[in-house]
Ligand binder design. Structure first.
Ligand code: AMP
Length: 278
C-alpha cells in the first residue's frame, strides 16, 4: 500500500492511475478503523481497479472540542488493517495540508438537513463534513465514493454537497456493520468501558423493537416508548425519530420509505444508529 502524506505525493499516484485508465473507489475515514470501515474498502475493491482510503480527523466537523481531543487515533493498526484488506493508497494528510488557510469551512446550502436531527444537535458539524469531503473529492476525483449507512444523514449531506458542487463521482452507500450483539461498529465504541459497551446493545434492540411494533400503534408513541427504554438503560437521548428516508422529516404513515434514527449518550460517548423501516 502506498502511503501519501501530502497532496503532491497523492497526485503522483493518481496521475499514474489516470494514465492507466483505472477506475478508483474512495473511502474517506477518520481512522481508528474497524470492520465497518473495512467493508467500505471491500466494496470499493470489488467495484473498482484501485481503492484509495483517507484517514483525517477533520477538526472543522467537531462542534465539541472535547470530542475532538478524545477522538481515538490508532494509525499503526489502521495501516495494518488497510494493508490486509488490499487497499492501494492511504492518504494521510496533516491539518495544515488540508486547511492551509486555517481551519475554516465553506458554506453550503444544505437546507433542512442542517436543522433536523444531527444538524440540530451538532451545529456546524455538517458544514465541516461537506467542506472536507468536497476538498477530498476535488483531490481524488474518484469514480465512486463509499459511505456508510450508519451515518445516514451524513450520506444525504454529502449527496447534496456533490449536487451543489457538480462532483461527477457516483455515491454508494454501504450497509451498517454490527458487532456480534448488534451494536453498530463505531470508532467511538472504544471509548466505552466494558459495562457501558455491554449496555449499549439496547440501542439496536430498541430500533428493532420499534420496527417490529410499527403496525401496533402510532408513530409518536413508538418514538416515546423507544426513548423511555433507552433512558431506563442509562442513555441520555438526543433524539429518536421516525422519519421520511428522503427528507428526514417526521412521518405519521408509511406510504414512503422511512427510517428510525437514534442519537444518545452512553456516559460521555455519543452513539448514533438507524434502521430502515419499509
Ligand atoms: P468515520 O471514520 O467514523 O468518519 O467513518 C468513515 C466512513 O465509514 C463513513 O462513511 C461511515 O459511515 C463509515 N462507517 C462507520 N461505521 C460504520 C459501520 N459500522 N458500518 C459501515 N460503515 C461504517
Amino acid at each position: 500500500m502506498i502511503i501519501a502524506k501530502t497532496i503532491k505525493a497523492l497526485q503522483i499516484v493518481l496521475d499514474e492511475y489516470k494514465q492507466a485508465g483505472y477506475t478508483t473507489g474512495f473511502c474517506p475515514t477518520m481512522g481508528a478503523l474497524h470492520r465497518g470501515h473495512i467493508s467500505l474498502i471491500e466494496m470499493s475493491r470489488a467495484e473498482n481497479d484501485k481503492t484509495v482510503c483517507s484517514i483525517f480527523v477533520n477538526p472543522t466537523q467537531f462542534n465539541n472540542p472535547d470530542d475532538l481531543a478524545k477522538y481515538p487515533v490508532t494509525i499503526e493498526e489502521d495501516v495494518k488493517m488497510l494493508e490486509a484488506a488490499g487497499c492501494d493508497v492511504l492518504f494521510l494528510p496533516t491539518t495544515q495540508e488540508m486547511y492551509p488557510q486555517g481551519e475554516k469551512t465553506l458554506h453550503y446550502q444544505l437546507g433542512e438537513l442542517e436543522t433536523l436531527l444531527e444538524g440540530f444537535y451538532r451545529p456546524g458539524h455538517f458544514q465541516g463534513v461537506a467542506t472536507i469531503v468536497d476538498k477530498l473529492l476535488a483531490l481524488v476525483k474518484p469514480t465512486r465514493l463509499y459511505l456508510g449507512q450508519k451515518d445516514f444523514q451524513q450520506v444525504m449531506v454529502v449527496r447534496k454537497m456533490m449536487e451543489l458542487r457538480g462532483h461527477k463521482t457516483e455515491l454508494k452507500t454501504v450497509p451498517t456493520m454490527r458487532e456480534g450483539d448488534g451494536l453498530a461498529m463505531s470508532s467511538r465504541n472504544r471509548l466505552l468501558d466494558p459495562e457501558q459497551r455491554k449496555a449499549s446493545v439496547i440501542i439496536y434492540e430498541t430500533l428493532k423493537t420499534l420496527k417490529g411494533n410499527l403496525a401496533k400503534t402510532d408513530v409518536r408513541s413508538l418514538e416515546e416508548t423507544a426513548k423511555q427504554t433507552l433512558e431506563k438503560n442509562g442513555l441520555r437521548v438526543d433524539y429518536v425519530s421516525v422519519a421520511d428516508a428522503a427528507t428526514l422529516k417526521p412521518v405519521t404513515n408509511f406510504e414512503k420509505p422511512a427510517v428510525a434514527l437514534v442519537a444518545a449518550y452512553m456516559g460521555e460517548v455519543r452513539l448514533i444508529d438507524n434502521i430502515l423501516l419499509n
